[in-house]
Each structure stands twice: as structure tokens, then as C-alpha cells.
Design a protein around this ligand. Sequence first.
Ligand code: 4AD
Ligand code: MG
Length: 431
Amino acid sequence: MRKWIYINKLKEFVGETVEIRGWVYNLRSSGKVRFILLRDGTGFVQTVMFSATKDSPQFKKFDKLSLETSIILWGKVKKEKRSPGGVEIEIEDFDIVQITDNYPIQKKEHSIGFLMPLRHLWIRSKKQFAILRLRDILIWKIREFFKNEGFANVDTPILTPSSCEGTTTLFETEYFEQKAYLSQSGQLYNEANAMALGKVYCFGPTFRAEKSKTRRHLIEFWMVEPEAAYYNYEDMIKVAENFVEYIIQETIKEGREYLDMLERDTTQLEKIKAPFPRIKYTDAFKILKDNGSETPEGEDFGGTDETIISSQFEKPVFVTHFPADIKAFYMQPDPEDSKYTLSFDLLAPEGYGEIIGGSERIHDYDLLLKKIKEEGFSEEDYKWYLDLRKYGSVPHSGFGLGLERTLSWITGIHHIREAIPFPRTLYNLYP
Ligand code: 4AD
Ligand code: MG
């Protein structure tokens, strides 16, 4: 019996003979040498076998192999400086589990149109593997930050009776005799959780029926949302910048080998240290005008606008004090000018756009009720939310960070669809 070892642990077994259970990632032969590049879900390793004659039984077995054939292999672990994991395997023997015929994804460039319907197989390829490994690391670092800072994880429902971020992007579904909507954000429930547990965060899938077909938009994406009682706008901005520094620095440290697989130059990412620059919405428009944007002041930024603004800075930049007219109903007005709100968006560098949206929340009952009515919502639907302003209301603040936008930035990928295992985009529901 050989010990079954995962590829990412091979370094600890130099000189020993081990068992690896995996799939053929690539094959190569030259003269009396055969190479199998093997993957097992934790990494990739080069395995080699030698033979004096070309028709040895092992070479015959090698000839049956094809891409993605599943095999169990035994061999000796050797140090090999030139190979990415620092080791190589000298094959003693292997068993075929299942031969794969005609694997549809070949070792050449394929179009996105070809790869998307094969997403269930495409995730096996090296680039997708590296992105998904980094996603796992990022998720843990997010949770670690909040645990270290004393935020409790309290989750929020996905099926909800009302809207959080406006009614234009709601997914409606039947809920027995009633109508329900898929959650656009856990925020409103999170505010209730914060009044019960102080500092909380929720982390889960959120849904937006957005007709935007851009490289930054998903229909289903994951959002992590902290919310804290007695935190004002300033307190929460500080949480946001420390949080972003932590998750970026920790993820690039722990995910180095995967970033190398992606050939991601991390020079820019290494500079992401708090504090981050801040500009007010009105000043952001001065930058936009000087750079030829045609978006009229008073409207929300487009993707190009975000890129223009963020390219003025090396670090992520906070845009603050958005007009109340273009933001959600729950945002606390700026005490200096109630046309504006105590809100902040964080724009990532390198053209990755808005990764955080947050604000201080209205804590006054009458003002909140007025806003709910102005929005055209029914008071009845928000009765429970208004209750939070009736029973021990306190100033509180929070934000939401989009997981896939942040991962796109870290990995340097062009399109957000590769930052989630099974993307839901405007035209993609399969697989
Ligand atoms: O700015 P948003 O809409 O804010 C909220 O939903 C607040 N209720 C959050 C809160 O304060 N608790 O969304 C927050 C973040 C955005 O900055 C972006 O990173 C991401 O969620 N996001 C999307 N990511 C991918 N695809 C989409 N369609 C996204 N819409 C928002
Ligand atoms: Mg936003």
C-alpha cells in the first residue's frame, strides 16, 4: 500500500514513493521518455517514465492515455528545481480508472462562445483552477478579517417580500399565495441583526435582474455586508479601508502560487495599504469633465467614468457624498447639505470599477417613513424595518463588497464571468 498524497503536499515527501489520484492534463513523449502532466484538484505535477524499449508494457499503457483520462499513479517524488511545484514524479506504475474519448476542450485557444456551454469542464483548466483557488482563499480572508474585528456572521434571507436596492432589478417569484423577490442585498435584515448582535456581517448570493451586459456585471453574485450599531459614516469608511487592505495583502501572500499560474503582476496590489484617498461626488465630476466624459452631473457614473476617476490614483479611491436622488432610500442625509448623503463607493484601480457601496443609515423614524413613501413603497411592507427606528434606534452604518469584482481585480482577469464557478449573465443560465 502506497500513501495517497495530494499534489500540493508532495514537497513534504521527497525521496518517498507515493500514490496520486488524478486526471491527465497533458501528455508528451520523446524517444525513450514519456511525460504525463497530472492534475488532482490541488495542483499539477510533471510525472516521467523511462524505458529501454518503445514497446514495454508501460509504454503501451501510456499510448492508451488521453486528456482528462482518470488515473491512479505510483512513483517516487524527486526534487526538480525547474518544475513549478519544485518536484517531479518518477513513475513506477499507474492504473487507468476511466479512459476519456474526445475531450472537447483541447490544448489550444478556444472562443468564449465555445467554452461557456462547457463551463462544467472548463473549470478543470489551469487558469480557471487558479482563479477558483484564489476565490477560496479570498473568502476565508474575508471571514478571518471580520472574526478578528469581532463581527458576528448572521445571515439574511434570500426570499424576501420587498426591495432593498430599488425595484427595477428585482427577480420576482411565486411564494405560494404571495409574491416574493430574490434578495438584492441582505442589508435591511442586517440592520436588524446589528441591533441584536452589535457588529455583524452577512455573506451570500444576491440577485440583480440587470440588463447590463458589461464585463463587471453578473445577475447572481456574492456580496459580503458588514453592519454595525453606533458606527457612523467615518467609522465605517475606516472599517472598509482596513478590510480591503487585509483581504488584498493576505490573499496575495497565501495565493502566490496561483497568482504565478495566472502570470498576474502584483506590483500594484502590493501597494494597497490604508488609508485610501477620498473625493466627494461633486469633485469627481470635475475630474470627469476634464477628461471628456459626457455624463451630466447629478447622474450615476458609467463604467468608463469609474475608470477615468480611479486611474487618477494608485490606490483604491473613495467617492463620497452622492446625491440623495440617485442613491437608495435608506441613506442618511449629509448634515451640511441634505441634497447629498453620507455615502461612499470604493473604486478599485486598474479599471475594475466599484467594489464597495456603503453608507450611514437613516435612524430617524419620521425621516425614514418619508423616504419610504417618496420611493412609492408600501408602509406596510416596511413596518418591521421601521420598527428598528421605534425601539432603541441608534446611528449605524454598513457597506457591501462584491466578491467577484474583487476577485477579478486580484486575479487581473478581463471579465467577471470567470470569477464564479457557474456565472449567471444576461444570456447565460446553462450549465
Ligand atoms: O452598491 P450596491 O448596490 O450596494 C448595496 O447593495 C448595499 N445595500 C450594500 C450595503 O450597504 N450593505 O452593491 C454593493 C457591491 C458593489 O459595490 C459591487 O461590488 C457589487 O456589490 N455588485 C455587483 N457585482 C457583480 N454584479 C453586479 N450586477 C453587481 N451589483 C453590485
Ligand atoms: Mg453601488
